[in-house]
Design a protein. Structure first.
Lengths: 125, 414
């Protein structure tokens, strides 16, 4: 899984300026195509800016606590995620380095926990 | 008949790293491979005294460890590819090739240990433990850390190797230089650890110098275009060539300038010189080439009856540039003292950070010798005392005590 952390500049580029927007979308379209062509893409989703985030916790006795804003207020914000099927961390780092955001923000690479996934999706572990 | 206990100790000493590397290259799980191998050693200690030592102990241990890994994989059936893994491991366990036919995976595992996804501070310690079989306490001492802290860092790194999916590959050319340094450091650290154990008291360490030489040769073979592995091998061969002469018959320490050069291995020195010349021709100097060049200069000096101290001082200058350690600073000060006089050397020595120097034995030994030559006897005696306090090695303590006695006698005579 690639967790994509974008600068607020990158988020701005998605919206207002026409030139910057088409540059950004072009780079992402090329990257997405490369992932699909290589047969490694599983799924992914770009996220709306951090300002749209709402955080929820359920305290004791089912008391729901809802808060405006993201869970972690960081300079670079979580801008999206991509799940890839790859043989090793090294292969994942290669793809992460090619991600358009790698040049301005940062990409966190983490393996999906197959074990937990199977237990949850299998339903009768 | 071989004593089973003895055989187990020998295999642990000579083949531990090779077995862990081979097992983990397939499972990508260093901690799991170590556990399985530990179980196999326990099983050997239990069954060999009754059933006899097998003809090929390494192959027996490898098969037993692989069966443990297969059992462990069966128990973890929740993993997606477990059926495949189990089949693979069972098939591997069934095959029983001759021990000599197992590919040596140690270098590959060393490069895995130096992966940038692992905390850089733990790269070299991890190799020392996993590939060279040093225990966490010994490693902690060498890296000035508490054993418990070192143990935690090492186990954290092994978990990361297993769970993050680090590739078990020799890295690409562009990633190589960064990882190569840690591999070279580990080989040299294991060599010096074996070298320091003069009495051969620790059986685990006795084979370390040979093991380190073997790994350095394999590295030179793997990366013939890289000059630093050649520099490292040359450095170790220069030391190796003088091994028989470094202690007197009674076990006393003999400094290089007083060694019987007739006991030196000239073919080994020749090989070291050729390796160093080949590396230097590439014009990419580095720490190990410079350290080898220093050994070459000292060797040459002892053979011709006079070292070229200005050249040695220049080499230390270069070493300070690529690897500014306290050891290099002390070496430079000692060389300058020989080239330009003890007062110049002492001034240089006193520029070293006092906190760092406080617990560094060579600093105090050099300081003592320089003060003595400048006839500052009381200060020299203080420095000798400090150096002796910091020395664990018996023969070197003895040597320093003798120098101290000579300084006292010289002062009384004059």
């Amino acid at each position: 899984m690639l967790l994509i952390y974008e600068t607020s500049d990158d988020f701005d580029a998605r919206g207002d300026d026409h030139h910057r927007r088409s540059m950004l979308i072009g780079a992402w379209r090329a990257y997405y195509k490369a992932l699909v062509d290589a047969g490694v893409y599983v799924t992914g989703a770009p996220l709306q800016p951090q300002s749209t985030a709402t955080t929820v916790r359920v305290k004791e006795a089912g008391h729901r606590q809802v808060q405006d804003g993201p869970y972690a207020d960081t300079k670079e914000q979580l801008g999206g995620l991509i799940i890839l099927e790859l043989p090793s961390l090294d292969a994942a780092l290669e793809w992460a380095a090619r991600c358009p955001t790698a040049a301005t923000g940062a990409i966190e690479v983490r393996p999906v926990s197959q074990e937990v996934r199977e237990l949850v999706e299998g339903g009768h572990g | 008949m071989d004593d089973p206990q003895r055989v187990v100790e020998r295999v642990a000493r000579e083949s531990y790293g090779r077995l862990v590397a081979y097992l983990s290259a397939r499972s990508r799980d260093v901690a799991g491979a170590e556990d399985a191998l530990g179980d196999a050693f326990m099983a050997a200690l239990r069954t060999w005294p009754r059933g006899g030592v097998p003809a090929n102990p390494e192959a027996w241990l490898l098969t037993t460890a692989r069966n443990r890994l297969a059992d462990a994989a069966r128990r973890q059936r929740v993993r997606a590819d477990s059926a495949h893994t189990v089949k693979l491991l069972v098939r591997q366990a069934a095959e029983l090739p001759a021990w000599s036919a197992f590919p040596d995976e140690r270098l590959r595992l060393m490069f895995v240990c130096a992966h940038p996804a692992i905390d850089p501070a733990v790269h070299t310690p991890l190799m020392l433990q996993v590939v060279l079989g040093l225990d966490a306490a010994t490693i902690a001492r060498a890296f000035l850390t508490l054993p418990a802290t070192m143990g935690q860092r090492l186990s954290r790194a092994k978990t990361k190797i297993r769970d993050a999916g680090i590739a078990f590959e020799i890295p690409d050319y562009h990633q190589l230089p960064a990882r190569l340094d840690a591999v070279l450091d580990a080989i040299y650290a294991s060599y010096t650890s074996g070298w320091d154990d003069l009495a051969g008291a620790d059986p685990r360490r006795r084979g370390l110098t040979d093991e380190s030489l073997w790994l350095a040769r394999a590295l030179v073979g793997l990366l013939p275009a890289e000059p630093e592995p050649c520099g490292l091998l040359a450095l170790m061969l220069f030391c190796e060539a003088r091994r028989p002469a470094r202690r007197a018959a009674n076990g006393d320490y003999v400094p290089i300038s007083e060694q019987d050069t007739g006991q030196w291995s000239m073919p080994t020195i020749g090989e070291a010189e050729r390796l160093l010349a080949g590396a230097a021709a590439q014009q990419r100097p580095g720490r190990f080439q410079i350290e080898a060049a220093l050994q070459s200069a000292h060797t040459e000096g002892a053979l011709t009856g006079g070292a070229d101290w200005p050249a040695i001082a220049l080499l230390y200058e270069g070493l300070m540039f690529v690897a500014p350690t306290t050891g290099a600073a002390v070496g430079r000060a000692a060389a300058l003292a020989e080239a330009k006089g003890p007062d110049v050397g002492l001034t240089e020595l006193e520029r070293i950070d006092a906190d760092t120097a406080e617990r560094y034995q060579p600093y105090w030994a050099v300081r003592a010798h320089l003060l003595r030559r400048m006839d500052r006897v009381p200060e020299a005696l203080d420095a000798f005392n400090h150096a002796i306090e910091l020395t664990e090695d018996g023969p070197i303590r003895h040597f320093l005590a003798r120098c101290r006695a000579e300084a006292t006698a010289g002062a009384v005579a004059s």
